[in-house]
Design a binder for this molecule. Sequence first.
Ligand code: GTQ
Ligand code: FE2
Length: 313
Amino acid sequence: MTGPKTLDDLYAAFDGLHMEGGWHRKFPALWPVPEENFLPYIWRYGDVKPILEAAGELVSTEFAERRNLTMRNPVEGNRYATVRTMVAAYQMIKPGELAKAHRHTPNALRLILDGHGTYTTVNGTRVEMRPGDVLLTPNWAWHSHESVGSEDCYWLDFLDVPAVHLLEPMFFERHPDGLESDPVDADTSDIAFRWEDSVKGLEQSTDTADGMCQSQIELGNPALDTIRLYMQRLAPKTSTRRMQTTANSVFAVVEGSGQTQVGDETIPWARGDVIAVPGWRPYQHTASEDAVLLRVTDKPIYEKLGWLREEVS
Ligand code: GTQ
Ligand code: FE2
């Protein structure tokens, strides 16, 4: 026998071939339940708005193309993502500004916070962006944003860019002409969920999402290949049940105020805030007053792959 004679020699031989014995790994490959990696965290609109306003003075859309401010989860080593598969951003556009057309494989959606007179054009359809509206920009759809009004317009972006980073099907291109030609105006569109329709839907809905809200409606089914969206109304001074799910969520506060318990943390929130709730962290909400949350979740990924596990207690 000419092979290694001692355990140390054996492991050195493995190492020389870029291999590792399953029984003496430096890092485990399997563990009993999901690890806690990404951290629960909140970004407050009240903190962000003045900074975006300043960016409005210092950074033009000529220079930046998108005046967007992404929310980086504070977990050590993270460079970009808000939760494992998704990134959220605040974006602002000023009167007369244009964010030129481009397209990319990441799916995106926006929730409008403030301002009127801004339009987004998605694959040739131009729709107005009004507060409370949710607008979709699916995989590879051309999109541009343009202000023709007199108010600064603020919104939230949510994209599955980190999922694309993980799986690597990234493609991105700018429109050769900067803008799509001859867009058609539309007030109703497959890519637009209007706030007034959400309000009506929430009034009529009897779906309580297993006690996770007073009522919820789903926007789309799913809204995007990788993302499901739910508008959830919370009853004042009432705690929801506790949810634990392998899927990640980012909540945006559309209306009202309250707090969310995630793991051991209690996170108070108000309109325009964004809360990162990473997978498998038990969470429950308590509204102080009538509140509406937009839940943005990567649940379709887990559903499709057979990895969705949910428990409500
Ligand atoms: O508005 O097209 O926050 O492409 C990140 C990437 C917004 C957008 C973001 C984007 C956009
Ligand atoms: Fe984009």
